[in-house]
Design a protein around this ligand. Structure first.
Ligand code: ATP
Ligand code: MG
Length: 502
């Protein structure tokens, strides 16, 4: 076998107005996990899509096991033993788990002169592959009944079921729980021992350190270099990714809290298994963190406060006024904003431009003569946010669907900032976002806090929770189990103590 099972040489790719890849190379050894790192928009997904035949490269060569090959479409890529777990999932929600696994390659059997789908085999094989990756869903269950994390696990099972020699993982863990990540890493270790070459894209440093053998770094569509993972510190990785030193990721945020702006009193869900009897307060000029394990019902609680879910009992009070919690519009008018966790599912208007995706939140505040959109003003707000959040795009007219994953998220954040809420709820605000951009988002949070706005931040990243919160509530199993107010008590142990009080 060749030293490198997969080699990409001199790959270039342009889109109108963007040179996404400029002479990029990548060589992956068999039986290794090769991390591909770079800031949002660096070109990682584009490089993988060129390899997988989704995009046609403008220049460049691909070698598999020393042989030069041409890959024109994903079908050919799969026939050559390449599988890909995509950053943006494309599940067919009303269909079953098994149908999603075998879409486009249903097993068939002969029925007289006809070929029909062999459902029995499909269900059996699905169960077998799911078991292989440590899961036991009903293969007949509609996909819509699963969580995003579970859907992602199915994508992973699908890639494994192709028995591929090269597997591309493009941010597979962004919506997985810690337990699901452990399962994925176990599978990857297993694949490694079977000689599979894996490419792993993630913005989570601790994962990269844990799983990868080699690291290739890209910056602005160019190749920076490749190093053995064990020889690089996190700081070195970051410096090479962003091209500058980045010390103090979490900016200072001196907190001078004002009066209470949001209060929840004994809020309970209409669903017994969801949040129950939650009471908490948030003051002006505070960043309040919500910690807890995946499944603690933090997202559900915040969505309910924003009017997206039913509340059986309890009150939500903003600025001294009781808010009708049945309707997000009322919550917005009362001064709430919510940046959702599932930004791809709930946030993005895929076919519209960046301008429309940001502007939509401020249309009713920027009218001329009361009914004509003031495009000049809206355009200004939008271009300010593109600058402020450093959204990588040729211009504001670009369709949001054409942006890199992380930049799409920045657009959604820009939308809520433009609406200027008094209480901003941010659910996992930096998931899928690179370190440089994370720092920018933290700085924006601090700016808002200093202006006297209140911020609620749900975060599953311990360092972020401890680094950014002025005060922390910890949830477990639908209940608020603890409140941490003193800086000296803000420790991982304390958070975990409350987070596991089932
Ligand atoms: N279909 C497309 N049309 C136009 N531009 C595109 C298209 N796909 C990607 N781009 C641009 O190419 C550049 C690289 O994007 P890519 O998705 O490869 O980034 P990435 O490294 O995967 O980032 P992230 O970490 O945010 O996922 C970006 O500037 C993006 O806007
Ligand atoms: Mg990407």
């Amino acid at each position: 076998m060749a030293e490198y099972y997969l080699e990409l040489k001199g790959v270039s790719k342009s889109f109108p107005g963007v040179k996404a890849l400029d002479n990029v190379s990548l060589s992956v050894r068999p039986g290794t996990v090769h991390a591909l790192m770079g800031e949002n928009g660096a070109g990682k997904s584009t490089l993988m899509k060129c390899l997988f035949g989704i995009y046609k490269m403008d220049a460049g060569e691909v070698y598999i096991n020393g042989q030069k090959v041409t890959i024109n479409n994903p079908d050919e890529a799969m026939k050559m033993g390449i599988a890909m777990v995509h950053q943006e999932l494309q599940p067919v929600l009303p269909r079953s788990v098994a149908e999603n696994m075998y879409l486009g390659r249903f097993p068939t059997r002969n029925y007289g002169p006809l070929k029909v789908i062999d459902h029995k085999k499909m269900y059996e094989d699905t169960t077998r592959w799911l078991k292989e990756v440590g899961m036991d869903f009903d293969p007949k269950a509609p996909l819509s009944t699963l969580s995003i994390g579970q859907m992602q696990s199915i994508e992973i099972a699908k890639a494994v079921s192709h028995e591929a020699k090269v597997i591309i993982f493009d941010e597979p863990t962004s919506s997985l729980s810690e337990k699901e990540v452990d399962v994925l890493f176990r599978i990857m270790n297993d694949l490694r021992s079977r000689g599979v070459a894996m490419i792993y894209i993630s913005h989570k440093m601790d994962e990269i350190k844990k799983i990868s053998d080699d690291i290739t770094i890209m910056r602005d569509g160019t190749y920076v270099g490749t190093w053995p993972a064990a020889e690089m510190t996190t700081d070195q990785i970051i410096a090479r990714m962003v091209g500058r030193e980045l010390t103090n990721v979490y900016p200072d945020h001196p907190c001078k809290p004002g009066e209470v702006i949001l209060e929840c009193r004994n809020v309970s869900s209409i669903h017994e298994k969801s949040f129950q009897d939650c009471s908490f307060k948030v003051k002006k000029g505070e960043i309040v963190g919500f910690g807890g394990l995946v499944g603690a019902q933090r997202t559900e609680l915040m969505e309910a406060i924003f009017g997206m879910r039913g509340i059986k009992s309890g009150e939500v009070i903003i600025n001294g006024q009781k808010v009708e919690t049945k309707n997000p519009r009322r919550a917005m008018n009362a001064g709430e904003g919510l940046i959702t966790e599932d930004r791809r599912g709930n946030g993005i208007l895929g076919c519209l431009s960046i301008k429309d995706n940001v502007g939509i939140s401020v249309y009713d505040k920027n009218l001329k003569a009361g009914f004509v959109l003031d495009h000049g003003k809206i355009g200004q707000i939008v271009s300010d946010s593109i600058d402020k959040l450093r959204i990588k795009t040729p211009n504001a007219q670009e369709a949001i669907a054409n942006l890199s994953g992380g930049n799409q998220q920045k657009v959604i954040i820009a939308r809520w900032l433009a609406n200027d809420p008094d209480v901003l709820i941010m659910d996992e605000p930096t998931r899928g976002i690179d370190v440089g951009a994370k720092h920018e988002i933290y700085e924006i949070m601090v700016q808002l806090q200093q202006q006297g706005k209140a911020i609620i931040m749900i975060s599953s990243e311990m360092a972020e929770l401890l680094g950014m919160s002025d005060r922390i509530y910890v949830m477990c199993n639908g209940h608020i189990r603890g409140e941490i107010t003193e800086p000296k008590d803000m420790t991982q142990e304390k958070v975990m103590h409350y987070a596991t009080m089932f």
